[in-house]
Design a protein around this ligand. Structure first.
Ligand SMILES: Nc1ncnc2c1ncn2[C@@H]1O[C@H](COP(=O)(O)OP(=O)(O)OP(=O)(O)O)[C@@H](O)[C@H]1O
Length: 259
C-alpha cells in the first residue's frame, strides 16, 4: 500500500516574472509558484491508480516527489509503513520510476541499458539475466534488444526505459505518461504489462491523458487540478459522478467545478 498525504511543492518564480506562469492560475504568488499544493491519494496492492489532470496541473511534479527526484515541502508518502520522503534511499530501492525526461545511454544497446541499471541495484548476474529475459519477453523487445539505444524508435526507447525502471522488481511502480509516443500495438503491449502488476499485487500509479486507458485499467483515479486533488476514488465512483456513466463527462465536470 502506498499512501500520499498533503503533498506540496513550490518553485521560486524568476525575479523579473511578477506574474505567475499562467495569469489565471491561483498558484503563483509571493514570488513562488505553488505547483503542488495539496495532493493526497492511496494505491493498494493489486490496484492500478490513474493520475489525471489538465496540462500543468501538477502530475509530473507529484510523481517526481514520490520518486524523491524532487524534495517535497510538505506532506508524506508512506509505503508499507516506511516514510519514503524521510528515507530517499529506501524509496529508490522500493520504487520503479519511469520519468519522461531521463534519457537512455545512446552508445549502449537496449539490453546493456537495462542490465546497467540492474547492476546498479546490486542484482547478481544470473538473477539479472533471468529478469531481463522475462522483461524483454513481456515487453516484446527481442527484435531490437541488441541495437544501440540511439538507433531505436521512440516507442522502442520507451519500452527500454520501462524495462530499465522496473528491472529491480520494485514494490511500487510509478510511470509518467508511459504510452506517449507508442503506436497502437506497442501501447497494447504496455497496457497488458501494466495490467500484469495487478496479479503480482504490486501497486502501480501512472499518469495519462487517455481516458480509455483509465477505463480499461484503473481501479482508482486521482484527478489533480491546479495542484490539488480534485477527485480521489474508484473508477466506478468517478464514472457515476455526473450521472451519465461517462468518464469524459465526469472528468470535465470535476475540472469545471474547479476542484
Ligand atoms: N522546476 C520548475 N520550476 C518552475 N515551475 C515548474 C517546475 N516544474 C514544473 N513547474 C510548473 O509546475 C506546474 C506543474 O507542472 P507539471 O509538469 O507537474 O504538470 P503536469 O500536470 O505533469 O502537466 P502535463 O500534463 O502538461 O505534463 C506547471 O505550471 C509547470 O510550469
Amino acid at each position: 500500500m502506498i499512501e500520499v498525504r498533503g503533498l506540496a511543492k513550490r518553485f521560486r518564480l524568476p525575479s523579473h516574472q511578477g506574474k505567475p506562469p499562467q495569469s489565471h492560475d491561483p498558484r503563483g504568488h509571493d514570488g513562488w509558484f505553488h505547483a503542488v499544493r495539496d495532493v493526497s491519494f492511496r494505491c493498494a496492492p493489486g490496484e492500478v491508480l490513474g493520475l489525471l489532470g489538465p496540462n500543468g496541473a501538477g502530475k509530473t511534479t507529484t510523481l517526481r516527489l514520490l520518486s524523491t527526484a524532487l524534495k517535497a515541502d510538505a506532506g508524506s508518502v508512506v509505503a508499507n509503513g516506511v516514510d519514503l520522503l524521510a528515507d530517499p534511499l529506501a524509496a529508490r530501492q522500493r520504487i520503479g520510476f519511469l520519468s519522461g525526461t531521463t534519457g537512455l545511454y545512446g552508445r549502449l544497446t537496449a539490453r546493456e541499458n537495462v542490465e546497467y541499471f540492474g547492476r546498479l541495484h546490486g542484482m547478481s548476474a544470473p538473477y539479472l539475466r533471468r529478469r531481463c529475459d522475462e522483461l524483454f519477453e513481456l515487453l516484446q523487445m527481442h527484435q531490437f534488444v541488441d541495437k544501440r539505444a540511439d538507433q531505436l524508435s521512440t516507442g522502442m526507447k520507451q519500452k527500454c526505459a520501462i524495462a530499465r525502471a522496473v528491472v529491480h522488481e520494485p514494490q511500487i511502480v510509478i510511470l509518467d505518461e508511459p504510452t506517449t509516443g507508442l503506436d497502437v500495438m506497442s501501447a497494447k503491449i504496455l497496457l497488458d504489462f501494466i495490467a500484469s502488476y495487478k496479479a503480482l499485487r504490486i501497486p502501480l500509479i501512472f499518469s495519462t491523458h487517455h481516458l480509455h486507458e483509465v477505463d480499461k485499467l484503473c481501479d482508482r483515479v486521482c484527478i489533480i487540478n491546479h495542484g490539488k486533488t480534485a477527485f480521489h476514488g474508484s473508477t466506478e465512483e468517478l464514472r457515476h459522478l455526473g450521472g451519465s456513466a461517462d468518464l469524459y463527462d465526469a472528468f470535465v465536470d470535476v475540472i469545471k467545478q474547479g476542484g
